[in-house]
Write a new protein. Structure first.
Length: 367
């Protein structure tokens, strides 16, 4: 197989929210990438990337096994995914971006420009059983899912899409997935009380958090077509950073000098609950046929403010709208034994969350 753009290979399935420009597949969020069934002995990937501080990383899975992981250098590059395999045997290949979009780095981007191989072809893939959309923060970005517990540096190497609750949940259900997430962001603000850091403000764009003229040219900021990929379930994992913001110093707008802070007052908690209700309404408006699961708790104190607040928001949404296809699901919290890098859930915690979520979705989606 000669080197061919992924857009010209109908048997190759893009994963995650994406665009094509000039035949190149543009990847933005964590766990975006592609999959194919390839019968050849050797497969090569052509890439184009950029970054000033946080380089993209990608992982390679072959027949479900994690066989490689590496950073992508800025500029053009070609990587051999594997060689020397027996030709004529169909093997399932997945290539996933491990790292989230970087809103403070307009030069951060990743494109797969071509795929090339020897002695084989890409065969059609079976249709996925379901389509799952995940909305979240650093947990859903895969922060800390790889790396030793003592690691505290915020670097690309400590993000991963592989030992990740969203991917594991989708795998358990035979589903395709898409992720929208940003580390440190929340419902009303980020963990640092910055009100600009609200994930849902960018939900209706392909990847509006990917800033700058270059990402705009790649289509990151264009409207997202929900109808082209109707989700069977939308999983919302937001609220952890709002809980943290209540304990952190106010954020001061550098332009206006205005101060912003989330605080556990009755008025603010009511506003936070209302925001959660509004999020559910927005998700439903764009996903009329989906089950909605607000799944939270991997880094939450079960005695904290957010679990009961989110449970109440879901109950209120159901009562106000009559929509019985929305529920709140507590996920297993990380323990000292299941923490990963940067005090985030590690692989074991992600597996536990995936087991809980997959069991819930299995019942909901077959009903």
């Amino acid at each position: 197989m000669e080197k061919v753009s992924l857009q010209a290979l109908p048997a190759v399935r893009p994963l995650g929210r994406h665009t094509f420009t000039g035949g190149a597949l543009n990847l933005f969020y964590t766990a975006s990438g592609f999959e194919c069934s390839f019968t050849g002995s050797e497969l090569h990937l052509c890439l184009r990337a950029g970054a000033s501080a946080h380089e993209p990383w990608i992982s390679v899975l072959l027949n479900g096994a994690w066989i490689a992981r590496f950073p992508v250098a800025a500029g053009e590059s070609e990587i051999c995914l594997f060689r020397g395999l027996t030709p004529g045997v169909a093997r399932h290949v997945r290539v996933l971006k491990d790292v989230q979009a970087m809103p403070d780095e307009p030069d951060h981007f990743l494109q797969i420009t071509a795929l090339g191989g020897r002695d084989g072809e890409c065969l059609p893939l079976p249709a996925p059983a379901y389509r799952l959309e995940f909305i979240g923060d650093s947990i859903t970005s895969g922060e800390g899912a790889i790396g030793a517990k003592q690691e505290e540096d915020w670097v690309s190497a400590f993000f991963s899409a592989v030992p990740h609750y969203a991917r594991l949940t989708a795998e358990a259900l035979g589903a395709e997935w898409r992720i929208i997430s940003q580390s440190g962001w929340g419902l009303l603000s980020g963990w640092d009380n910055d009100p600009r850091h609200c994930v849902m403000d960018y939900y209706e764009q392909v990847c509006g958090v990917a800033a700058g003229a270059h990402n705009a040219a790649l289509g990151a900021q264009q409207p997202y077509d929900f109808a082209a990929w109707p989700a069977d379930a939308v999983i919302i994992n937001l609220g952890t950073n709002d809980e943290g913001a209540m304990n952190n110093p106010p954020w001061t707008d550098p332009v206006t000098g205005e101060s912003h802070a989330q605080r556990p007052t009755p008025e603010h908690l009511a506003a936070l609950e209302q925001k959660a209700v509004d999020v559910l309404k927005t998700v439903r408006a764009h996903n009329p046929g989906a089950q909605i699961v607000w799944a939270c708790g991997m880094l939450s104190d079960t005695n904290g403010r957010m679990p009961p607040l989110l449970r109440a928001a879901v109950a209120r949404y159901r009562a106000e709208t009559g929509d019985g296809r929305a529920l709140y699901l507590p996920l297993p919290a990380a323990t000292p034994e299941t923490l990963g890098a940067r005090q985030h859930p590690g692989a074991a915690c992600h597996r536990q969350a995936a087991e809980t979520l997959a069991a819930c979705l299995r019942d909901l989606l077959k009903a």
